[in-house]
Design a protein around this ligand. Structure first.
Ligand code: VTB
Length: 339
């Protein structure tokens, strides 16, 4: 028996962890609710960060934050290198974004989520010194078909063929940024349509890879932390993610090189996270294409989450009803009145 087996049981994240992690993203999403549409993204982020840190502290694991979102805009964050969990149980790397879409939340827009990705200790790429990554994400049909090194038009034609549909029916999610003007033109010139995202390319990437959505591909330059988190999810969905780091300044490039990162290099899913023992959990803050937002229904607060597990290749939806009375006094529930 494996001492090896015992070791595996105790040293690596196991399936029980997933439900514990959902509690943390649920709490972060619920706590962010009073800040929806209130114009203060840092306050929303702080509420979510505090809730997530508190819940993670009760979980049986020894997590190290490899990727904490926030440095880029000096938002409140779970810091890189911070230990989370109660220190007992499996040793994990974690990528965390208490709210991906703080601006969306502050504006009262759709598609804000709270998310955590987890994998075996030492398996996540620490790309924290370089903020941006050029990415391409597609579902299982695009594996071996699409390649970030090829022109977008070629990739779109190849994907349309692999999916057995005309290119006019192919839909591509892209962050709506000036830097993507040419990319957007090229996608449309190839005959495909775009879904321009204000923020949230993790959800965009997952929707591109997930079965049965209207999105076929997610491309463009987004956050590198988001790239690693998306890779944890893609392991469960069987799709493809490739990323290339993009330095905005010479200093940043040098910091990346000093940290052992490579430019002009294509990071595959297995480079972004070397383990297949990955988890990705997300709870909707506001309504979105991936998960619905937090709702108040009479005496309960309803949250909607997804749980993806790399090893089993599963995606599960978790609908949770939380007794609102338990949260009274802790949060302002006025934002939660049923739509
Ligand atoms: C994306 C998006 C995130 O950062 O990764 C983006 O998915 C990239 O940075 O929700 P810019 O906003 O500077 O383009 C976020 O917007 C979060 O900061």
């Amino acid at each position: 028996m494996a001492s090896e087996e015992t070791g595996t049981l105790f040293l690596n994240p196991d399936r029980n962890l997933a439900m514990e992690l959902v509690r943390a993203t649920e709490a972060a999403a619920i706590r962010a609710v009073p800040f929806i549409g209130r114009g203060d993204k840092n306050a929303a982020d702080k509420a979510a960060v505090d809730a997530m840190r508190k819940f993670l502290g009760t979980v049986n694991f020894d997590g190290v934050v490899v990727i904490g979102e926030g440095e880029k805009d000096e938002a409140p964050m779970l810091y890189n290198g911070e230990h989370v969990g109660n220190g007992r149980g499996p040793s994990c790397d974690i990528a965390v974004d208490p709210i991906d879409g703080t601006s969306l939340t502050a504006a009262g827009r759709q598609n804000a989520i709270s998310m955590i990705a987890v994998s075996d200790r030492g398996s996540m790429l620490d790309a924290s010194s370089v903020f941006y990554m050029d990415k391409i994400v597609v579902g299982p049909e695009g594996v071996g078909v699409v390649d970030i090194r090829k022109p977008i038009g070629e990739n779109l034609r190849a994907l349309a063929k692999a999916k057995g549909k005309p290119i006019e029916e192919v839909v591509v999610a892209v962050l709506d940024r000036p830097r993507h003007a040419q990319l957007i033109d090229d996608i449309r010139a190839a005959g495909a349509g775009t879904r321009l995202m204000l923020d949230g390319d993790v959800a965009g990437g997952i929707n591109a890879a997930r079965y049965g959505t209207r999105i076929d591909m997610c491309v463009g330059i987004g956050g590198s932390p988001e790239g690693v988190a998306t890779a944890c999810a893609i392991k469960a969905l069987g799709g493809l993610i490739q990323g290339r780091l993009v330095a905005s300044t010479d200093d940043e490039r040098q910091r990346g090189l000093d940290a052992g990162l490579k430019f002009d290099h294509v990071y595959e899913a297995n480079d972004l996270v070397t383990s297949d023992n990955t988890y990705f959990v997300a709870t909707g803050v506001t309504d979105g294409g991936l998960v619905g937002g937090v709702r108040r229904k009479g005496p309960i607060i309803r949250t909607e989450s997804i749980v993806l597990r790399g090893r089993s290749g599963t995606i599960r939806r978790v609908i949770a009803d939380h007794l609102a009375a338990k949260w009274l006094g802790e949060i302002d529930l006025t934002e939660l009145s049923a739509p």
